[in-house]
Design a protein around this ligand. Structure first.
Ligand code: TRP
Length: 334
């Protein structure tokens, strides 16, 4: 891979289905980054074991996430697209970093506290050291740029701490990783029920998944909350109406959006029509991705080829880093 380019690394958990929020918040950026950076995009199957010890659906989920990422435009020829468990060097680096991570700071992590509260019967050590494993993922490729959302900021701050400790103790091996996205604001994709953003697990009907079929998309969009419409010209849109417009701005032609803006401003808007239009434009956007992903998912030979090629690239970079790490740590005895 190109030595001059900066290194980007991110991980996607193979739990839940990818949705429109993932597309506009993450995937679309990854697709852009692959043209400008050396990119490592990884399916975090080991991380999923911290909360999902039952692995019956793992294979299917990993395949689906890979297929959906490719369907959205990630090119396995341009990036290293791989599974975490295919890069055993990850586990080795994780082990070394664990000696530099303190129980107290790990226990203070917000994601750890949330998960421990939700599942008090399964507060395992892997869950506690989740940010350490994530740090290993990133610095294994000596990546400095990590495209992630706000919810991962604390993990990155911890990653910087672990890196500083390592570098201080053993020598400057790793750059400090930082959250990285195009533009200052990440695109937020509002949910269809007028509250919050689209999410993997909450209210399924309010989230549009990249695997939803046309009928389901129509049904979800038509259920979005509206009201009788504005009665004074140029009024402020209520949140749930603004959300529908925001979704429309993501997938509809600008002229279409403008015509509905005008109709809203002069109080002639019919929300039934607005939603029908949005549904059809959503379908036009999602269905090619869904169909492409289905085609890839059904092509086991291709998926295997992608995983093997991705693992090969990731391991080459990992091996180079681990040689430096072992030598810096004094674990090279001959
Ligand atoms: N923790 C991330 C999440 O929940 C997934 C992840 C695993 C990750 N390893 C990573 C993200 C490395 C960025 C870099 O979404």
């Amino acid at each position: 891979m190109d030595k001059q380019k900066q290194i980007v690394m991110s991980g996607i958990r193979p739990t839940g289905f990818l949705h429109l929020g993932n597309y506009f918040g993450a995937l679309r950026n990854y697709v852009r980054m692959q043209e400008e950076y050396t990119c490592y995009f990884m399916v975090a199957d080991l991380h999923s074991l911290t909360t999902h010890p039952d692995t019956r659906e793992l294979k299917e989920n990993v395949n689906r996430v890979l297929a959906e990422n490719i369907a959205c435009g990630l090119d396995p020829e341009k990036v290293a697209l791989y599974c975490q468990s295919h890069v055993p060097e990850t586990a080795e680096l994780y082990l070394y970093l664990n000696m530099l991570a303190y129980k107290g700071e790990l226990e203070k992590t917000v994601t750890f506290k949330d998960k421990a509260r939700l599942h008090p019967e399964n507060v395992n050590a892997g869950l506690l050291t989740y940010p350490v494993l994530q740090t290993a993922d990133i610095i294994l490729h000596r990546a400095a740029l990590v495209p992630v959302g706000k919810d991962q900021e604390q993990h990155l701050e911890m990653a910087r701490n672990f890196v500083q400790r390592f570098n201080h103790r053993y020598g400057e091996i790793f750059p400090e990783p930082h959250a990285f996205n195009y533009g200052s604001e990440l695109v937020k994709v509002p949910s269809l029920d007028g509250a919050g953003k689209m999410s993997k697990s909450e209210n399924n009907l309010a989230t549009l998944y990249l695997s939803d079929d046309d009928e389901l998309i129509r049904k979800k969009v038509m259920k979005a909350k509206t009201d009788a419409g504005p009665t004074t010209p140029h009024s402020v849109k209520p949140d749930y109406i603004e959300n529908i417009f925001q979704l429309m701005r993501l997938v509809s032609d600008q002229a279409v959006v403008e015509s509905y803006e005008t109709a809203f401003n002069n109080c002639t808007i019919r929300y039934g029509d607005l939603k029908k239009q949005l549904a059809e434009d959503m379908i036009r956007f999602i269905s090619p991705i869904r169909e492409k992903a289905e085609g890839i998912r059904n092509n086991a030979v291709y998926l295997r080829q992608v995983m093997e090629a991705g693992a090969e690239k990731a391991r080459a970079s990992a091996r180079a880093t681990m040689t430096k790490v072992r030598s810096a740590m004094g674990l090279n005895y001959y």
